[in-house]
Ligand binder design. Structure first.
Ligand code: G3P
Ligand code: MG
Length: 225
């Protein structure tokens, strides 16, 4: 069962930062999950929210600012918002990277970046997995590239996610963990799909989800898996 660090190791460090991803690596994760947005000048930024407000000393939409402008703001008064390139170079194939597309606009640049790392930097498609709640974005990923692994995120509709997963030839379903039972987990896997629930943090929930034999668990506390 794979352990995937949610936004790095969000339970221990500020989410989606270099420090958080390093912590996840120190905990020997099999994969990290991170969120991406596109800046105004087409840089792929690792950040969860649409706006700077909750996590930085800035305000406003990520998508309205350039890389240079975004780099002026600090997370927790110490770190800048990382680019996807910076995090990929930190990870350096030590684990796989689950890139969650937070907007449709970031899709094409993300696919291009993955292709660049596979063609020129010795990464493999197995080192990446692209997921999103925006299924149009996932359809676009498949339109652009036959080989990228796709994970279909769903918060509330497992049946629809399964149908869509077949349509885009996804590798995995990423449901909110409360949608799962032992039975439906087995049914999804019988269709040839892997199951990666999120975000499973409490020890009791981890034990329950483990007993369903899921393929991996996305968690803020990788050391609890
Ligand atoms: O990829 C799983 C999980 O990260 C989805 O929700 O809001 O944490 O990005 P969120
Ligand atoms: Mg996410």
């Amino acid at each position: 069962m794979l352990k995937i660090g949610h936004r790095g190791a969000k339970g221990y460090e500020i989410e989606n930062t270099v420090i958080s991803f390093q912590k996840a690596l120190d905990m020997h994760v099999d994969g990290i999950e991170l969120d991406v947005h596109l800046s105004a000048d087409n840089e792929i930024m690792v950040f969860h929210d649409d706006t700077l407000d909750r996590l930085t000393n800035g305000k406003g939409l990520i998508s309205s600012l350039t890389l240079l402008e975004l780099k002026r703001f600090l997370i927790n008064a110490q770190e800048t918002i990382p680019t996807l390139r910076e995090i990929l170079n930190l990870i350096d194939k030590k684990c796989y990277v689950n890139i969650e597309l937070k907007s449709y606009e970031v899709t094409d640049p993300a696919v291009t970046l993955i292709e660049e790392y596979v063609k020129n930097k010795n990464w493999k498609y197995d080192d990446f997995l692209v997921s999103s709640f925006d299924w149009n974005a996932l359809q676009q990923v498949r339109f652009l590239n036959d080989e990228i692994h796709i994970g279909v995120l769903t918060e509330n509709n497992l049946d629809l996610a399964l149908a869509f997963a077949k349509f885009v030839q996804a590798k995995s379903i990423h449901p909110h963990f409360l949608l799962l039972t032992k039975e439906n987990t087995a049914q999804i896997q019988a269709k040839g799909l892997q199951v990666f629930p999120w975000t499973v943090n409490e020890i009791e929930d981890i034990e329950t989800i483990k007993s369903y034999n899921v393929n991996g668990i996305i968690t803020d506390f990788p050391d609890r898996i």
